[in-house]
Design a protein around this ligand. Structure first.
Ligand code: HEC
Ligand code: HEC
Ligand code: HEC
Ligand code: HEC
Ligand code: HEC
Ligand code: HEC
Ligand code: HEC
Ligand code: HEC
Ligand code: HEC
Ligand code: HEC
Length: 296
């Protein structure tokens, strides 16, 4: 009885002592490494402190592997910087343009390695082209740190911006789809980092009705939507690469088109309006012979 009592008393006490020694050990370690805490930084960087305090990184518990202290999780130990009175290029890690992009991303990956999708970061086109996390994410803004699409992407992808402004376009500017509805900006194994096994499968994520199978299939539809459509935008209706009939005539020899009866009676405009007579261009399920020609 007596021994049991003593153990029951000693156990919590020893745990208390253990945690106490761990805590002090940790503080001593941090001091050695030159971590001094956010309150010191606040004295000279009030604007950054305020924006940080409103950000997700302040609100959530950030107990990641490098969670030494608020500012210093990203900017590294600041003791030397402060001792020297601060200043540009004075002993502090920055996310400037001349800092190695992989080193910048490593700061974030210390905690975000396990963020869903991040396992493909190393394989992604962005990493391989020296784009780092801070190229898209603004860390000193209030709220969540998700990038402002599409503006952030347009900053580097001006050709896509031009396409997205054409007469016919996927509703990116209208906010119905965003770049990241179709692309994985963090990386992917697929062509052009699309959010599917390949660009063709991507279309079916949202246009399942075009998947088929149809009784009468139009081969290019099964093979490559992009043989007729420009995905970001086009000056021709319905995102078409070219006007009709030129689009069709890339593959179909006009001279071999049946000549009668409409050849003589129909006007040129209606003859060239291929879709007027072949409306089921993505394939037809009509049981009659007309289906074979996508007439309906
Ligand atoms: C989650 C990472 C992260 C944390 C935490 C963080 N910063 Fe930053 N800081 C950045 C990044 C990235 C930049 C580069 C510019 C940007 O994204 O806004 C930056 C830029 C800066 C700059 C440079 C601004 C300039 O004009 O060049 C200062 C100063 C700064 N931070 C101070 C702080 C202070 C002080 C804290 C803590 C209160 C803090 N940062 C917390 C990531 C962080
Ligand atoms: C005694 C004042 C002072 C303190 C304390 C201080 N800084 Fe600075 N820091 C400065 C000055 C001054 C600059 C130069 C700012 C400028 O030129 O706009 C600077 C610049 C920076 C930069 C940008 C460096 C660059 O090369 O562009 C970062 C990042 C930064 N400080 C982070 C911190 C962090 C994190 C802390 C806390 C650990 C901290 N500072 C504490 C004075 C201070
Ligand atoms: C000390 C660990 C740590 C570091 C370093 C860190 N983060 Fe975070 N970050 C977190 C945690 C924890 C959250 C909140 C939980 C979550 O969404 O994963 C978060 C949230 C985010 C979010 C918002 C997620 C959302 O759903 O709104 C973004 C974006 C982000 N971090 C980007 C970055 C970038 C970019 C860097 C480097 C400049 C960075 N983080 C550095 C731990 C960290
Ligand atoms: C090319 C631009 C780009 C780069 C580079 C980039 N991100 Fe992102 N990130 C985004 C976009 C866009 C989203 C929002 C995606 C969405 O809403 O589905 C996002 C979302 C996130 C989120 C929130 C994830 C979630 O599931 O809610 C985190 C965390 C994050 N990024 C961290 C990082 C880190 C860490 C790096 C660097 C290793 C990085 N990002 C590099 C564009 C980028
Ligand atoms: C509706 C889906 C969709 C949307 C929305 C979308 N993309 Fe694409 N993107 C694609 C497809 C499909 C490809 C071509 C894939 C292939 O065949 O290589 C592509 C290709 C690209 C390419 C590489 C080839 C090129 O055209 O330069 C870049 C860069 C790109 N997209 C950026 C963006 C940006 C930035 C946004 C937002 C402004 C965006 N995309 C929106 C589907 C989309
Ligand atoms: C800091 C510049 C920068 C920003 C910001 C940026 N990208 Fe990129 N992106 C690049 C570079 C560089 C490449 C590689 C060269 C190229 O294909 O243009 C690239 C390539 C791509 C590709 C094509 C991949 C391939 O296989 O060809 C896609 C898709 C893409 N980016 C989408 C996006 C999206 C979506 C965003 C916004 C969330 C974005 N990018 C923001 C610089 C950027
Ligand atoms: C993330 C969902 C999404 C994906 C993926 C997607 N689309 Fe779309 N698409 C839309 C939306 C939304 C519209 C506009 C529908 C509306 O306004 O009624 C649209 C419209 C279209 C239009 C008609 C444009 C017009 O002017 O009426 C075509 C053609 C098209 N998409 C082709 C494609 C092709 C080809 C792919 C694959 C490369 C694709 N889409 C992938 C969402 C998507
Ligand atoms: C042989 C050329 C061709 C191919 C290949 C093609 N399309 Fe089309 N698509 C057209 C034409 C022509 C129109 C315009 C139809 C109209 O105006 O009635 C169109 C219209 C559309 C539309 C808008 C009208 C509607 O029917 O919903 C969508 C969405 C679309 N296509 C998606 C796709 C997808 C997804 C693929 C690949 C699976 C694809 N297209 C392949 C020629 C093609
Ligand atoms: C990328 C090439 C390509 C484009 C563009 C294309 N087609 Fe086709 N089309 C084909 C192929 C391949 C076949 C199958 C031919 C076969 O089976 O002999 C076909 C079959 C047809 C058939 C049935 C002919 C038959 O012999 O069974 C019609 C009708 C047709 N296409 C109309 C059109 C129209 C109208 C357009 C324009 C809106 C168009 N096609 C655009 C490649 C294309
Ligand atoms: C006035 C209606 C009409 C117009 C306009 C029309 N077609 Fe046809 N097309 C037909 C009919 C009907 C058939 C089937 C003839 C048959 O079965 O012998 C046909 C057959 C075809 C075939 C199969 C040819 C073959 O050798 O069997 C192709 C390919 C074709 N059309 C493409 C086109 C293209 C491309 C255009 C636009 C330049 C077009 N058509 C405009 C009515 C039309």
């Amino acid at each position: 009885m007596k021994i049991k009592y003593i153990i029951l008393f000693l156990l919590p006490l020893s745990l208390l002592l253990l945690s106490f020694s761990l805590a002090t050990g940790e503080t001593a370690g941090s001091k050695e490494a030159g971590f001094i805490g956010a309150e010191t930084c606040k004295d000279c960087h009030e604007a950054q402190y305020d924006s940080y305090a409103k950000s997700v990184h302040f609100k959530e518990s950030i107990k990641g592997p490098q969670s030494q202290d608020a500012c210093e999780t990203c900017h590294g130990a600041g003791a030397m910087h402060v001792e020297k009175g601060g200043g540009r290029d004075v002993d502090i890690f920055t996310f400037d343009l001349d800092t190695d992009p992989q080193a910048k991303s490593a700061r974030c990956l210390a905690c975000h390695q396990r963020t869903p999708g991040m396992d493909l970061w190393d394989m992604g086109v962005h990493k391989r082209n020296d784009v780092s996390c801070d190229s898209c994410h603004d860390l000193h803004v209030a709220g969540r740190q998700k990038p402002n699409e599409p503006e952030v992407c347009f900053g580097c992808h001006r050709d896509v911006k031009i396409e997205a402004n054409k007469r016919s376009h996927h509703p990116i500017l209208e906010g119905k789809v965003s770049c990241s509805s179709c692309h994985s900006p963090h990386g992917s194994l697929s062509k052009s980092m699309v959010k599917a096994d390949d660009p063709q499968q991507l279309c079916f994520n949202c246009h399942a009705d075009k998947r088929g199978p149809a009784v009468w299939e139009h081969p290019p539809v099964e093979e490559n939507c992009q043989s007729c459509h420009a995905v970001h935008g086009s000056n021709h209706a319905k995102l078409l690469n070219e006007r009709i009939p030129q689009l069709c005539q890339n593959c179909h020899d006009w001279s071999r088109h049946p000549g009668t009866p409409y050849d003589n009676t129909a006007s040129y405009t209606s003859r060239w309006d291929c879709l007027r007579c072949h409306p089921a261009i993505h394939g037809s399920n009509s049981p009659s012979g007309g289906g074979m020609r996508y007439v309906r």
